[in-house]
Design a protein. Structure first.
Length: 554
């Protein structure tokens, strides 16, 4: 599941849950023993040093060894890859990811290492875009990819055929990939014909139903219209393709949360209840059921007592089955458990820290996370699942165990700064600001790669402004460091990096809302302007907008 699924708060790196804006995706802390924590932090301080600005990205390695991946980080390299695709008369598969991203690591553990994927890769040119390569964020803007991971299949002439959903079961992805490779039309043409009432092939309807709307929907349909558009498509699917229509209805409901899009009615509730009662059918849509359970329930049954009760009971039974299904990946099974937590918290404030959930569910979370910690051997799978497991522990109120899990995995993670951010987030939720800031600082200092450092630096800056607004010198110094690092990165004002800088600017301007930090912002604006003057076009505009209404002088 994409890191979009993580619905991070402004300025924070993506954190779990896997089902929330992938987040999906992102992105905890109570004290274990004071001595144990002190020893571990001291050890990390010795072994994890702050990277230099010129340090190479940590995710420079290819996604798998059994595929002839072409690494691309700028326009020239991607143009050569498309030239290769045209010369070989093959489509091009673009994978955009980052080393720290849990769903990216899940793809490496479950899809990219498969032998059938390796065999299928001979039918396309496989391109890996590492989000921390110097020009990668510019490529992200070119191909309209922003969430990690994004997997796009292009024709040789660079028209998008489809986006593959990273959260779908690997075998289903293989089937979808085959559909795209068998002479598929560009997704924009397929969608336009479907909305115009023109006939589509069975495969084209299936491509629409399984399209990664979370990572590419905005380029096809305005976000505010996605739920209603997917509902319109569901109504147009031929009767013989009932399961395709069902999936579109599920996606429409998931996109209609918070009062947007379609409204659940009795026939639609009955349709979903029938699906949930059928083990084989619910497994076929496990990614949507687990990834969007809370959103579907809210859209389908607004009445918390009457309509909602049978839907919740049916969802619980289906998710318990999926959780126990040994044919699903460990990540998919954990996703079913986290969906159950989301449903148990459905009527609680999202920010609730101390909660009282069913004791049986709490015990299941404790047992499952302990089992994963004991048994996970694949480092990619561990990086994918431990953050989600730690998040789950916190969501049921087991904060001390969440922290213990994260602390115990710092030395085992290839991207420990991701876990440090979670430790900072948990400490913040539990009212321990000094500890939270220590973790946010250490996460930033140990992060690697230009885009990642801007994202983590913005998270640290946001926490500083919120938790220590009086520390003007530290806030100004950190902001200056971020602007200086941005000046050395040719992709700093594109896509994710540009958004990180924009959020940093918004936070700084809010910090100065009463004019108390006018001098600091003036100095920072002067620092940033030296970089802005060297840019052109949209990048210059993005740069100048970061502190655009800050005072021009002290």
């Amino acid at each position: 599941m994409p890191c979009r699924a993580s619905r991070p708060s402004a300025g924070e790196p993506s954190l779990p849950p896997p089902a929330a804006d992938r987040a999906r995706a992102g992105l905890a802390g109570a004290t274990s023993t004071a001595l144990g924590k002190a020893l571990l932090i001291a050890g990390l301080a010795l072994c994890l040093s702050s990277p230099s600005l010129a340090a190479p990205a940590t995710n420079a390695g290819l996604p798998s060894r059994n595929v002839a991946w072409v690494s691309a980080g700028n326009d020239a390299e991607i143009d050569r890859a498309f030239a290769q695709a045209r010369a070989q008369d093959k489509p091009l598969l673009l994978y955009w990811g980052a080393s720290w991203c849990p769903p990216c690591n899940q793809l490496k553990a479950t899809l990219f290492n498969r032998q059938d994927f390796a065999s299928q890769s001979k039918s396309f040119v496989a391109v890996h875009v590492d989000g921390d390569r110097p020009g990668a964020q510019k490529l992200g803007s070119r191909f309209k990819v922003s969430g990690y991971p994004t997997v796009v299949l292009f024709s040789a002439d660079a028209r998008e055929l489809t986006r593959l959903p990273g959260e779908v079961d690997a075998e289903q992805v293989m089937q979808l990939l085959q559909l795209g490779l068998s002479g598929g039309r560009p997704i924009k043409s397929v969608l336009a014909d479907a909305l115009a009432g023109k006939p589509l092939t069975e495969g084209e309807w299936r491509v629409l139903a399984f399209y990664s709307w979370e990572t590419g929907g905005d380029q096809l349909v305005p976000k505010a219209e996605l739920g209603s558009t997917l509902g319109q498509l569901a109504l147009a699917v031929p009767p013989a393709q009932a399961e395709t229509a069902t999936r579109l209805w599920l996606k429409a409901l998931a996109a209609s949360d918070d009062g947007k899009g379609i409204k659940g009615d009795a026939p639609l509730r009955e349709r979903v209840l029938a699906l949930l009662a059928n083990a084989a059918r619910s497994r076929a849509h496990a990614d949507v059921l687990s990834g969007s359970a809370a959103e579907i329930v809210r859209a389908l049954a607004a009445d918390a007592e009457g309509e909602r009760k049978p839907v919740l009971a049916a969802f619980e039974a289906a998710l318990v089955r999926l959780q126990a299904d040994g044919t699903l990946s460990q990540g998919d099974r954990l996703g079913a458990l986290t969906a159950r937590i989301g449903l148990a918290r459905l009527d609680l404030p999202k920010s609730a820290v101390q909660v009282s959930l069913p004791a049986s569910l709490t015990q299941e979370v404790r047992a499952r996370t302990a089992q994963l910690d004991r048994e996970l051997t694949n480092p990619y799978e561990r990086q994918a699942l431990i953050p989600t497991a730690a998040w789950a522990l916190g969501q049921v109120g087991l904060w001390a165990e969440s922290e213990s899990l994260l602390l115990g995995n710092l030395a085992r993670s290839h991207s420990p700064y991701y876990l440090m951010s979670q430790l900072g987030s948990n400490a913040r939720k539990l009212g321990r600001p000094d500890e939270a800031l220590r973790w946010y600082r250490q996460a930033f200092e140990t992060s690697k790669g230009p885009a990642t450092r801007l994202q983590w630096g913005n998270g640290y800056l946001s926490a500083l402004v919120d938790l220590a607004p009086q520390d003007a010198a530290r806030i100004e110094g950190l902001a200056r460091q971020l602007f200086q690092e941005a000046a050395q990165d040719s992709g700093a004002f594109f896509e994710r990096s540009g958004r990180s800088l924009q959020r940093a600017g918004q936070k700084l301007k809010a910090w100065n809302k009463d004019g108390r930090h006018k001098a600091e912002l003036a100095r920072l604006q002067a620092e940033l302007e030296r970089t802005c003057r060297k840019l052109s076009g949209p990048q210059k505009a993005t740069c100048r907008a970061i502190l655009g209404d800050a005072p021009p002088s002290a």
